[in-house]
Ligand binder design. Structure first.
Ligand code: AMP
Length: 274
């Protein structure tokens, strides 16, 4: 991979990079199209990274289909697909991880201990191997994007990070590889995520600025659906991810909810001036 990247650079070509865990959907493809506009060549990586899954999480059941992914990528002009082997990437004796102090303590970091440490480590490794000029990440994983922006600044990676808006199904469900594991009933129920976010934005427009009230409304709404388990619903500052009590400026509403064994996340920027 590094040799291929070096060859492109020697030709004076710039590289953009989209890291993924595969089982690609239109959300990934939208990131790739964005990336194609920012550099001469585009690399996609597909790697289900074991170090960002905790014990009891869905590493084993995470959907995988490389053939299907390759076929999709062939249609949209990707220049290289990097699929590292787990034992090559984490050889015997691997013992170095990247950490960050503040941002990982919020939202998904509260229940997924070690997730962001694993995520940062793999992204840093991929950055070192692929050596891109630009990398594109989705705002669907808002906290991940914030952490990577911080990491790139703090550790002097010479890579421009681009955030891409959430891509949704026609009915509003945020696209996710994990959606493929939902039963038809869970798929219908999962629409409560986007509905809860839209309800909060409506309440805000009706001048309800208290975060606690909006969160309570969202919790009650989601709990009224069968087979749902809330991990968290938060309203926070989009830069620090610290909780906000009064929505007197744009605020991030973010949530993680379990539908049976499938954990989905979603978020929306709530704007009091809308
Ligand atoms: P994943 O394969 O889930 O690790 O995601 C790879 C990249 O795609 C990450 O930067 C995600 O934030 C992004 N992504 C996944 N789903 C979506 C979506 N529905 N809209 C926008 N970006 C997404």
């Amino acid at each position: 991979m590094t040799h291929w990247s070096d060859c492109q650079r020697k030709k004076g070509l710039s590289l953009s990079f989209v890291p993924t865990m595969g089982f690609l959907h239109q959300g990934h493809l939208s990131l790739i199209k964005e990336g194609l506009g920012h550099a001469d060549k585009l690399v996609v990586s597909i790697f289900v990274n074991p170090t960002q899954f905790g014990p009891g999480e869905d590493f084993d059941t995470y959907p995988r289909d490389l053939e299907r992914d390759f076929n999709l990528l062939r249609t949209i002009g990707v220049d290289a697909v990097f699929t590292p082997d787990q034992s090559d990437f984490y050889p015997q004796g691997f013992d170095t991880f990247i950490n960050q102090e503040k941002l990982p303590q919020h939202l998904c970091g509260m229940s997924r201990t070690g997730h962001f440490k694993g995520m940062m480590t793999i992204v840093a490794k991929l950055f070192n191997v692929v050596n891109p000029d630009v990398a594109v990440f989705g705002e669907k994983d808002f906290q991940q994007l914030a952490i990577i922006r911080r990491m790139v600044k703090d550790l002097n990676f010479n890579i421009r990070i681009i955030g891409h808006p959430i891509v949704r199904e026609a009915d509003g469900l945020a696209m996710s590889s994990r959606n493929s594991r939902l039963t038809p009933d869970q798929r219908k129920t999962a629409l409560c995520l986007i509905s809860a976010l839209e309800k909060a934005q409506n309440s805000l427009q009706n001048k309800e600025y208290r975060a606690a009230v909006l969160i309570r409304e969202a919790e009650a709404f989601i709990c009224s659906h069968p087979d749902t388990g809330i991990d968290y619903i938060k309203i926070c500052d989009p830069d620090t991810l610290n909780d906000m009590t009064e929505i007197d400026r744009p605020a991030l509403m973010a949530m993680a909810v379990n539908f049976g064994a499938i954990r989905l996340i979603d978020n929306m920027l709530l704007n009091p001036n809308k």
